[in-house]
Structures are given as structure tokens and as C-alpha cells.
Design a protein around this ligand. Sequence first.
Ligand code: SF4
Ligand code: SF4
Length: 298
Amino acid sequence: MAILISISSLSDKEGFVDWGFAPVAETGEDYRRFREYISRGENADMKYLAKNMDKRENPSLLVPGARSVICFLAPYSSIRSSVAAFALGKDYHDVIKEKLRRISLHLSQECAKHNLEYNGRCFIDSAPVMERYWAAEAGLGFIGRNNFLISPEYGLRTLIGVIICNIPAEWLGERREKIADGCGECRRCMDACPEGALYAPFRLDARKCISFHTIESREIYSARPVDYCGQIFGCEICLRACPYDRDSEGWEELRTNAEEILSKSPQDWHVMDKKEFKERFGDTPLSRAGLDKIKNNL
Ligand code: SF4
Ligand code: SF4
């Protein structure tokens, strides 16, 4: 009898809204676009993105013997504020990784029953992994012109957790069909971008992007390189313009600070000291930018 390792109930139990898998193969179109993005210098000073390109292309270099890429969709809220919605609660890296690790432990126990020495690693937006590409290959959505994974069923308020492992894809069940591009003639995201950062389909120049300048850039600016449009951490203008964006509650852990953040005035942020910031937001995505940067963004 063929071996079948079931993941659906575990994925449900952990609160993921969807999951799927794809056999490991060389990455295609999305990787080519990524290489071109790097070669045009549109990654600004996010130099880490240009590292480990070989691993990004070939997951077997990250996990020796890798045969499957399993992807899970974690929903976050669509709450509107000057802080990007994914950053209104606990750090999603920690929240999602804990859930992936529990699933990975189950996979290793299942493999042991079938005399396979499990080798798997969990990834969430912190390693050279083409998450969106693999999620699209796994049939969870299509990559929109805004570069996000778009699930026709769950929209685009999802983060992608990935397990790369040596389990043969055929042990995981029947692979889903890929979802066709759903952007059609739409260009709302590009038209909505106030700085022209999303200047063509799939082309985003981080040097003009509010998200980059308010989160990733380490610089404390004396003069702003772009208009922040009232944003103090991230920007979701192009997301909100997308017809696939819809109201979402998302996981509670990822919005635990929403009320507090929404009630803060610029003055509240200005008078906050580092001790208070660490106590209140030390385990949240806001710590990536840090208090000085947030004050600089006000
Ligand atoms: S995040 Fe904001 S600045 Fe960046 S591409 Fe989208 S709309 Fe433009
Ligand atoms: S706004 Fe339109 S073009 Fe942009 S990602 Fe959404 S559907 Fe695609």
C-alpha cells in the first residue's frame, strides 16, 4: 500500500487557513524576476537579499536531500493604521515558526514509522527561500502584479510558512493544480502607489518604497527620501487597492497590540523611552525598525 502522511488536520489545528506542497525542482519565472530585481539594484541597501542566490534557486542546498516544499498560509488582519497590519501583534516569525516546528516534529515521527530518517527545516521569511513561488507551485494562489501571493479564497492577507524536507512528494497526497493568474487587465496596485515604486507589473523599486524606508532602511533621515503618506511602519496602499484584499480578522496573536497602537498619538511615540518600547514592543515586528527609527518616521 502506498505511504500517505496526512497534514490537513495538523494544519487546521495550528490555525493555518490552507496548505499545499510541491516537489523540489529548480525555481522558475519568479526566480528570474528576482535576479533581475537584484541586478537593477532595486533591493536598495537590503544586501542580504543578494546573498545565497544559489540556495534561493535550489532548496536542496538549504536542506540536503530535500524532496518536498510544504507551504502553509497564516492569516493576518486587515486593520488599517499607520502601522502595517502584520506588525500589530507578536512577531510573526516566532508565532509561525513554533507552529511549523510542531508540524515538523509530527512529520519526523511519521517518517520513523516508514524507516525514513527525516530531514526538514522550517522557514518563515528569514532565509533565502522563494516562499511565494513555492506557495504558487503548491496551488495556494497566484503571484499578483504587486508581487504578493494571492489566494482567490483567502485574499492576500496571508504570510507563508514553509517546511522543506526529504519526504517524497507522493507521500503527502495528491498535489493540487496551480491557480491561473487572476490579475487580468487590472493595474490598480501600480496606479495607487504614491511614489511610483511599483512601476510595472512585478517590478518594485525598494529605493522609492515607503515600506523599505520606514522599516528596512537603517538610516535616520534628516530629509525624507519619499513622502511617507502618514505611515510610520510599512505601507499597504498597494495592498488596499487590490480587489482581492478583503476584511480579515487573522490570528489573534498577530493583532494583540492593535488597540494600543491605534490609540497612540505622534506625541505618545515621541515621549516613549527605550525601556518602555522594549517592554511593550520588544517581541513585535516594530523592534526590527527600533524606537529611534519609528520616531524618525513620525
Ligand atoms: S508599499 Fe507603498 S510605496 Fe511600496 S509599492 Fe506599495 S504602495 Fe508603493
Ligand atoms: S491590484 Fe490588480 S494588478 Fe495589482 S495585484 Fe491586485 S489584482 Fe493584480
